[in-house]
Design a protein around this ligand. Structure first.
Ligand code: UMA
Ligand code: ADP
Length: 454
């Protein structure tokens, strides 16, 4: 039901896609809105429309004085709860929530929430494709791109499918999805969290308000996920890419095997357009809500099979002089680079680096030793990556991504592969991972057909 914020003063923190959507949301529901951003007003685009709608700005700072006059403070995911104005507002008893909580309070359709360190966007998109193919009016968004608050623009959704990051889960309160998927947990975002335990605790909040008639979908092969299970107060449905399960979604000899209440369905993984065991895991998890909701298994499967994958995730850009070039710009943590490298044969030229997130690069050591002939490093994290992996293979530094592409062209022999899978976020050199992937793709497509200077 549409919420009423008349007479309320709301501070929206962060002027990215979430903050701008939140401003429109609160303004349409009668609130007085202030948009607060650490950047200066002239650095932010899209504000003139908001100004015309009567929204005011607190830019270049987060002014504690203003926050203390608010009835509600709503944070964008990229804004940590630890900034001084937010801490002061909380101490003064002013509610501090996130966009996900605000959206959830208004949405009436059942919600499927997906989190995990890796595979969220792929899984979310496959679930969306299945439900859409099944004829459901389905919203697909969240961390994936379209902020969840945008789902409140319509009230006739049959299903809402939301990818959630740990950042977004930090600021929920009553948020209660019907299905909560946790795909995996490996190191990430240690520039935001003091330690791994805090990152895991944020992810685990997806289960916080579940009731026994809700469903938690869990990866049986992930020890950190399994450790959370005893505290989850919901029906637990497991998936495993390593073995058959008595109940749930198992895997045997290239087939996903769904066993539930005495029935069995088998799906042959090689029919998928998505490649790699990690994508098998994503599809297994994605099928479960649809199967439990009574979607005909073959319909769900054909939608999953037709899904061609998302941009910037192991996209084969081009084959040139016998070398395949892959864009995996969304490989923004070590766990995802491991999966991408594992899918390629030696010799690989790996382009990595970017904004360091404080994690450990050592889990890559074995694969680097085995498959990476040349490691080309870019961005702020170059030094730390070189320290961890530089002694294992030929390691070089490039000032720009374009320079790394030129170097890769010179170094990679026919039969090899060049992989951009940075293991880091992009914000030191690019607007986001999408821009990084586009620049890589353009540079690769611009390489001349015949190598003349080898
Ligand atoms: N800002 C402040 N004060 C601060 C920090 C940031 O004012 O202390 C301001 C910045 O100046 C900027 C704004 O906050 O103007 C940016 O807010 P934001 O980072 O929340 O960006 P949005 O555009 O709203 O995008 C967010 C998600 N971004 C992050 O979580 C960092 C997007 O996920 C998401 O798609 C979008 O909401 C819609 O839900 C991106 C992401 O990188 C893809 N996510 C991380 C990941 O996938 O690893 C979690
Ligand atoms: P996310 O939204 O969680 O970042 P994506 O679906 O966008 O996940 O995939 C990003 C990268 O993570 C992919 O390029 C791939 O390398 C890796 N990846 C995808 N699924 C998995 C998985 N289930 N387990 C581990 N790594 C994965």
């Amino acid at each position: 039901m549409r919420q009423d914020f008349r007479q309320q003063q709301v501070i929206v923190v962060g002027a990215g896609s979430t903050g701008l959507a939140l401003c429109r949301y609160f303004q349409q529901r009668g609130a007085g809105v202030v948009l607060s951003d650490a950047r200066r007003q002239e650095e932010i685009s899209g504000l003139s429309e908001l100004a015309a709608a009567g929204i005011s700005f607190d830019c270049g700072q987060h002014s504690t004085e203003l926050f203390l006059q608010a009835d509600l403070v709503v944070l964008s995911p990229g804004v940590p709860e630890t900034i001084a104005a937010v801490v002061a507002a909380r101490q003064a008893g002013i509610p501090v929530l996130g966009e996900i909580e605000i959206a959830w309070r208004e949405l009436t359709a059942p919600l499927i929430a997906i989190t995990g360190t890796n595979g969220k966007s792929t899984t979310t998109s496959v679930i969306g494709a299945i439900f859409q193919q099944w004829g459901m009016r389905t919203f697909v968004g969240g961390n994936l791109g379209l902020p969840l608050i945008e789902a409140t623009g319509r009230d006739d959704w049959d299903w809402v499918i939301a990818e959630l990051s740990s950042f977004q889960l930090e600021t929920i309160e009553q948020f209660r999805p019907r299905y909560a998927l946790l795909l995996n947990i490996t190191e990430d975002h240690l520039d935001r969290y003091p330690d791994m335990a805090s990152y895991i605790a944020a992810k685990a909040r997806i289960f916080e308000n579940l009731q026994p008639d809700d469903v938690a979908i869990l990866n049986a092969e992930d020890p950190l996920v399994a450790q959370l299970a005893p505290s989850i107060n919901a029906c637990q449905v497991w998936f495993s890419s390593a073995r058959l399960l008595e109940q749930g979604m198992g895997y045997e000899a290239g087939q996903m095997v769904w066993r539930w209440q005495g029935c069995e369905e088998r799906f042959t993984a090689k029919e998928l357009r998505l490649r790699g065991l990690h994508n098998v895991e994503n599809v297994m998890a994605a099928l479960i809500p649809a199967l439990l909701e009574g979607c005909p298994p073959q319909l769900a499967w054909s939608a999953a099979c037709a899904f061609a994958g998302l941009d910037h995730r192991m996209v084969a850009v081009r084959q040139l002089d016998g070398v395949w070039w892959f864009n995996d710009s969304k490989g923004t943590n070590v766990g995802s680079v491991v999966k991408s490298l594992a899918g390629l044969e030696a010799p690989v030229t790996l382009i990595a680096g970017g904004k360091d997130k404080g994690g450990d690069y050592a889990p890559l050591a074995e694969l680097v030793l085995e498959r990476v002939a040349h490691l080309l490093l870019i961005g702020e994290a170059s030094g730390r990556i070189a320290e961890a992996l530089g002694s294992l293979t030929d390691t070089r530094f490039a000032a720009t991504l374009q320079e790394a592409v030129t170097l890769a062209r010179q170094l990679t022999p026919s039969g090899g592969a060049v992989l951009l899978s940075p293991g880091c976020s992009s914000f030191d050199m690019f607007k986001n991972y999408g821009e990084r992937g586009e620049i890589f793709t353009q540079a690769v497509l611009a390489l001349p057909e015949k190598e003349c200077c080898r």
